[in-house]
Design a protein around this ligand. Structure first.
Ligand SMILES: Cc1ncc(COP(=O)(O)O)c(C=O)c1O
Length: 425
């Protein structure tokens, strides 16, 4: 039903039906959770044999004893393997600890307080600097900016990525804009893949921005397709080389959603010059990363094809969960004016846009019947969705049965909130 075209009587009849369904669900006392994008235990099980792969042999290919200190930027074989995920050269790769989020924080902290090219280049010397934040986006990126006191400027996104006319005009006009967050393939939460033209324009930003501008290219889902043949992403480092802007990029990835979310590997791709400066700073923070885990990962995958074959197993577990979410939305809300959503071909999320003013209400309604959703607003800087529309759905962790139940509730809450809103107007 299109609520904007329905009569008052039709809406009242629908409301009575929805309210009785809602009351029944309340009585069922559900305890379901569609909040965070965590891998399910079955996904974690796919990597269990990593536990025994070393069989007491801790020597790296160059003879490094991985149990000891050292190797600040990682084992050569880990760099050789994961540079292929990042789309950079092995010498442009740094392998860190278990969380790319830590590397992202360290990079921004380094650029802000210590300077990407020495103390004089520290962003904080220029006053309150700013970052562009394509929305909807990832709440933990926004949290890093808040923690460092960096002002966030939301930028619109469409199915091709950030609105580059807006990005370029902002960056040209304001030299205090020092960077932009990007989740370029299977974006969090929309699942979109940046188009080639958008990637090319982002690669060129270093030419028009103020000094020490950096793109935070968080390619967390770069090989997380739900099936082979999903849209590819242009190689941003190659394009930056073409424009002579390699120094404007920091590229991130991890195996958090490939092996173990709490015990994976995080890595970063950057120009040799950027890495040289960052490593000086990193050497103060640590004597070296967990190289045993790096060796374990390399032995477990063998090579890049082994890594991709492993991702097929994740896709087998994830695809039915995404299909379930989409099928509930299709059968409950398609061909109505109560919401729209993305149909991602990879990543961990489905992004839902309700009628303006209803996201908070829908999340509250679902919570009251025992279905936890990501807080409304979380996908926007400062937790403020100006239209109160966007809700991020994360179907990776719950069982298929729980997703079906949770989505039944979600669809009902969307309808209930929409009809109530229309009747109150
Ligand atoms: C876009 C994005 N980047 C980074 C992360 C976290 O990555 P890591 O576990 O490597 O810190 C997530 C997790 O949800 C994410 O969605």
């Amino acid at each position: 039903m299109y609520v904007d075209q329905a009569s008052k009587e039709q809406l009242q009849a629908l409301l009575a039906d929805l309210e009785s369904q809602y009351a029944q669900l309340k009585a069922a006392k559900l305890g379901l959770d569609l909040t965070r994008g965590k891998p399910s235990s079955a996904q974690l099980d796919l990597s269990n044999s990593m536990d025994t792969v070393l069989q007491g042999n801790f020597k790296g290919s160059d003879g490094t004893d991985t149990r000891n200190y050292g190797g600040l930027d990682g084992l050569p074989e880990a760099k050789a393997l994961f540079s292929q995920m990042l789309g950079v050269k092995p010498e442009e790769t740094l392998i860190g600890g278990n969380a790319s989020l830590t590397l992202m924080f360290q990079i921004l902290n380094f650029a802000h307080n210590f300077g990407v090219r020495g103390a004089a280049s520290a962003w904080n010397k220029e006053g309150r600097i700013k970052f562009l934040c394509p929305v909807p986006g990832y709440d933990r990126h926004f949290a890093i900016c808040e923690e460092l006191g960096i002002e966030m400027i939301p930028v619109k996104m469409d199915e091709n990525g950030p609105d580059m006319d807006q990005v370029e005009s902002l960056v040209k006009a304001d030299k205090l804009i020092k960077g932009i967050w990007c989740v370029p393939r299977f974006s969090n939460p929309s699942g979109i893949v940046y188009s080639d033209a958008v990637v090319e324009r982002i690669a060129g930003l270093g030419k028009i921005a103020g000094p020490n501008f950096r793109v935070m290219w968080d390619n967390a889902y770069c090989i997380h397709a739900l099936q082979r043949g999903a849209p590819a992403l242009a190689n941003v480092m190659d394009l930056a080389r073409k424009h002579g802007t390699e120094d404007s990029l920091f590229i991130f990835g991890s195996t958090s959603k490939i092996t173990f979310a709490g015990a994976g590997l995080a890595f970063m791709g950057a120009s040799v010059e950027n890495l040289k400066h960052f490593k000086k700073h990193l050497g103060i923070v640590t004597i070296g990363p967990d190289k045993v885990n790096q060796l374990r990962h390399v032995k477990f995958f063998g090579d890049f094809n082994g890594l991709l074959a492993h991702m097929d197993k994740h896709a087998e577990l994830l695809k039915p969960r995404f299909d379930a979410v989409i099928s509930h939305l299709d059968s409950g809300i398609k061909n109505t004016d109560m919401g729209s959503w993305t149909v991602p071909q990879g990543g961990y999320f489905v992004s839902f846009d309700a009628r303006p003013g209803l996201a908070k209400e829908i999340v509250k309604l679902a919570d009251e019947v025992g279905v936890k959703l990501t807080p409304a607003g979380a996908t926007f800087p400062y937790g403020k969705d100006p239209e109160d529309r966007n809700i991020r759905l994360a179907p990776s962790f719950p069982s298929l049965a729980d997703i079906n139940k949770a989505m039944e509730v979600f669809v009902l809450c969307v309808k209930l909130a929409s009809v109530r809103q229309k009747l109150a107007a």
